[in-house]
Ligand binder design. Structure first.
Ligand code: AQP
Length: 334
């Protein structure tokens, strides 16, 4: 795998699902790959964002990436709007992608809800911009949570159709990298619903900046079922809340589901929750503190994003130039 790309939206407090489904894997991949990590602010505005909060949220997510262990010198870390080529390639892809493909996207259906006529065109075309983010760097590996798998498949379809339409072998077909034991972390209040930054219920998620008391309270109140914990992961079928909490424990402790089930075979949720709290506080506590420290230094964070954007543009500009040539758009030579 030569180049890795992934993105994260500055839409509010980072939550445990972002950490386990994305950031933790990004940190691991940085050791052996050429990685580009993007704070996707243009994606964020597909839903209303308070203009006063967008810049601080962008800095906070950047702090989250670095505090989780990403090295800003080794990796390219930047925010999407500082590299206008993302939006330019997305327009080309708006002309390659098909309405029928976008109509099948479940994230649009979930986010637009019942009032679909009132959703933004940007929210509908979101997957085309995501394809542009990845293909602008000819990235071939994309570490994401399970929820983004369908969008990744669409990126592959767009790459393939572009190559076919123009008779070239230009874009690679990007592979989703869905890693770890918690690829889809669920809400603490409802084990059938994804944990999400934008869930109105604060109790549904653990934020990466939550302190020990808040983490303990949320885990104590997390929904469970009346059974004890099983010794075999197969017996988690039909028990979404138990599966979620055990999956979180496994991912946070770098163990397999089977090992965690063996460890807690027959335990009551009350005892398990005490151990889970201790583990979550030990992993997230230092990250949250480091994020708070970095947030007091916006000049440093803005510098990281500005340098990262420059490095990203150096890769993106020639690739977009080649795309314009392939499409046949007349460009001035000066
Ligand atoms: N619950 C989750 N479990 C596993 N992975 C998750 N990711 C998000 N939630 C979970 C992964 O985090 C990365 C960044 O996601 P994003 O911020 O770009 O958008 P999202 O997937 O829509 O995340 P949220 O928290 O639900 O944001 P909002 O509420 O703004 O929509 C992705 O790799 C994603 O898979």
């Amino acid at each position: 795998m030569s180049r890795i790309f992934s993105g994260i939206q500055p839409t509010g407090d980072l939550q445990l699902g972002n950490y386990l489904g994305a950031l933790k894997n990004w940190v691991m991949l940085q050791h052996d790959h050429d990685c580009i990590y993007c704070v996707v602010d243009l994606h964020a505005i597909t839903m209303w964002q308070d203009p006063k909060l967008l810049a601080p949220n962008t800095r906070e997510v950047t702090a989250g990436l670095i505090a989780s262990g990403l090295d800003p010198d080794k990796n390219i870390i930047f925010n999407q709007s500082q590299v206008p080529q993302h939006a330019e390639l997305a327009w080309i892809f708006n002309c390659v992608s098909r309405l029928g493909w976008l109509n099948r996207m479940t994230q649009f259906k979930d986010k637009a809800g019942k009032d679909r006529e009132n959703a933004s065109v940007g929210l509908y075309a979101y997957p085309n911009l995501m394809a542009s983010d990845i293909l602008l760097y000819k990235a071939n590996g994309v570490p994401v949570g399970e929820d983004q798998k369908q969008h990744l498949e669409l990126s592959r379809d767009i790459a393939q159709k572009f190559n076919n339409d123009y008779g070239v072998d230009f874009f690679p077909l990007p592979e989703p990298l869905i890693l770890g034991e918690a690829t889809r972390v669920m809400s603490l209040r409802d084990g059938t619903k994804k944990m999400s930054k934008s869930d109105p219920s604060e109790a549904s998620r653990i934020n990466m900046t939550d302190g020990p008391d808040s983490i303990a309270k949320k885990i104590r109140k997390a929904k469970t079922d009346p059974e004890d914990l099983p010794g075999d992961p197969k017996d988690l079928a039909g028990r979404p809340e138990a599966a979620n909490l055990i999956g979180i424990y496994a991912a946070l402790s770098d163990q397999s589901l089977a090992d965690v089930c063996t460890q807690f075979d027959g335990a009551q949720f009350s005892a398990f929750k005490v151990d889970l709290t201790e583990l979550a506080v030990s992993v997230l506590g230092p990250i949250g503190k480091e994020m708070a420290r970095m947030m007091r230094d916006p000049v440093y964070l803005d510098g990281v994003l500005s340098t990262g954007s420059e490095r990203a543009r150096a890769i993106a500009v020639p690739i977009l130039g080649d795309v314009y040539d392939i499409v046949g758009l007349l460009q001035s030579q000066s």
